[in-house]
Design a binder for this molecule. Structure first.
Ligand code: NAD
Length: 495
């Protein structure tokens, strides 16, 4: 199969199983859009339990041989994969932009992060050396030695969200397979075109058949994977409500499970923040990718005079954002990825207004170029007079909305920030080391940013999350060694 980059229609998507693109034995067909023009560009099969069965048995068969290959050799495939991604990076960036609605710049950013995920997995052979051996371990019995080794576990399912359709599966695939496991990816049904195309790169890198597989589908397809007896673990990234279901369904079946979930990331803006840089970072943090990032700020909390000092500057800067078709060079912010997502965001804005919030900028009135009227656009929205208990201040919006809550002191701001249900990130803008330190110490979130648009840990750090933002024990990225391997202790006596 060859998916041509920027096709007007990619047709009915295929699955990738046992090293081949194959037609799904689907139970339904969904539509995938170019959200900037509101046009269907692909049909997405809802793979059945039979498709899942074929994928799992292929992955299990492949695992038997793949796990026996030395890790150094498994790493060499990854080196080949890396250069293929670089070679195809522009095509990938364009496909991502077209299918998700992010701008070309944001599409390129995603490809760059994908390459970084491969880079960090290239260090695995070193980490894999964390083997421990104790000789002469039992007192009075000098012949006994004990050692701990790590082994891969089998077939993992990777269930991913729409907002980074290539990068997020690639947070896990390089780690899982280089450690000797095999995987089945179930991408989001909204925009699976780029990751379906991406499977070709595993083929071109020479990976043995069955090591990496992809089944397209929806919640029902995920469910078949989670329930399958030969799936040993599940790595999920998506909303908190789905994370809760997947965590309990997978763990009750004795599977390993890691669920990175939703967010409501508070930003505390202190009166002593550095004006120009802070305003720029706050605005790009909230509105890049139309706010559809789990690390995007979700609530601006101004402290004391910070409101009078900065809010007008923020409003003026936001008015300059150019919303438009994602594949045009001068676009700053593209459409939302789906009409359903847009309706949800508009509904949340309307509810906030009913609850007493006021618009400083109303994105519903943003005028989009005539040619793109059928796209899923929403302009940046700033909501004032928001109180911490309103839905818009508590729940994840996942859209271009900045709700502003006013606090009279740092302590009150911290209290508001910490009383959110989520714990992905917390951010402070200040020029005071004392407040920055205090915030970093007392903010209950997995990732803390000081004077930064987005608190994104790079691949060489774990990606933590707390409260409703994470379900499990081991986090993504550097915890992969523990998640994708099991430890075995071998005791030996030689007379
Ligand atoms: P989603 O939860 O709707 O879907 C994610 C995946 O789960 C999709 O593949 C979907 O088909 C599948 N799914 C949906 N319902 C299911 C069910 N009942 N059982 C099994 N599988 C099911 O999420 P989304 O809308 O695609 O993505 C946006 C969400 O992802 C946001 O909440 C965002 O914060 C979160 N996210 C989190 C991180 C993180 O690292 N914490 C990163 C990116 C996105």
């Amino acid at each position: 199969m060859s998916l041509k980059c920027l096709s007007e229609n990619y047709g009915k998507l295929l699955n990738y199983i046992d090293g081949e693109y194959v037609e799904a034995d689907y139970v339904g067909l969904l539509k995938s859009y170019d959200p900037g023009i509101g046009r269907v560009i692909a049909e997405v099969p809802v793979s059945s339990s039979r498709d899942v069965e074929v994928a799992v048995s292929s992955a299990l068969e492949a695992f038997k041989k793949w796990a026996q290959i030395p890790i150094i050799e498994r790493m060499r495939y990854l080196i080949r994969l890396r250069s293929l991604i670089e070679e195809k990076s522009e095509e990938l960036a364009l496909m991502i932009a077209q299918n998700v609605g992010k701008t070309i710049r944001e599409g390129r950013g995603e490809v760059q992060r994908t390459i970084e995920a491969v880079d960090s997995a290239l260090g695995l052979p070193h980490l894999f050396m964390s083997v421990r051996k104790l000789m002469n371990v039992a007192g009075g019995d000098p012949e006994i030695d004990m050692e701990m080794v790590r082994e891969p576990l089998g077939v993992f399912a990777i269930i991913s969200p729409f907002n980074f359709p290539v990068m997020i599966p690639m947070w896990f695939i390089p780690m899982a397979i280089t450690l000797g496991n095999t995987v089945i990816v179930k991408p989001s049904e909204l925009d699976p075109v780029p990751i379906t195309y991406f499977m070709k790169l595993f083929k071109d890198a020479g990976y043995p058949n069955g090591v990496v597989n992809l089944v397209n589908g929806d919640a029902s397809t995920s469910q078949h994977l989670i329930e399958h007896k030969d799936i040993v673990g599940v790595a999920f990234v998506g909303s908190s409500s789905v994370a809760e279901k997947i965590y309990s369904a997978a763990s009750s079946r004795g599977k390993r499970v890691l669920c990175q979930a939703g967010a409501k990331n508070p930003v505390v803006l202190m009166p002593d923040a550095t004006p120009d840089q802070s305003v720029e970072n706050i605005v790009t943090g909230f509105f890049d990718m139309a706010g559809q990032r789990c690390l995007a700020p979700g609530l601006l909390i101004t402290v004391g005079e910070a409101y009078d000092k900065f809010v007008e500057m923020i409003v003026n800067r936001v008015r300059r954002i150019k919303v438009g078709y994602q594949l045009l060079k001068d676009t700053d912010v593209g459409p939302l990825a789906s009409q359903k997502g847009r309706h949800k965001v508009v509904g949340m804005i309307e509810k906030a207004l009913e609850e007493g919030a006021e618009t400083l900028i109303d994105g519903r009135e943003y005028k989009i170029d005539e040619k793109y009227q059928s796209g899923f656009y929403l302009g940046p929205t700033i909501l004032d007079n928001v109180s911490p208990d309103m839905e818009i201040a508590r729940e994840e919006v996942f859209g271009p909305v900045m709700p502003i809550v006013r606090a009279s002191s740092f302590e009150e701001a911290l209290e508001i920030a910490n009383s959110r249900m989520y714990g992905n990130t917390g951010t402070i803008y200040t020029s005071s080391g004392k407040y920055a330190r205090e915030f970093a110490r007392r903010m209950n979130a997995g990732n803390i940013a000081v004077n930064m648009a987005v608190a994104q840990p790079n691949q060489f750090f774990p990606f933590p999350g707390r409260k409703k933002s994470f379900y499990g024990v081991l986090h993504g990225q550097t915890d992969a060694l523990d998640f994708f391997t099991d430890r075995k202790v071998i005791m030996q006596r030689w007379w």
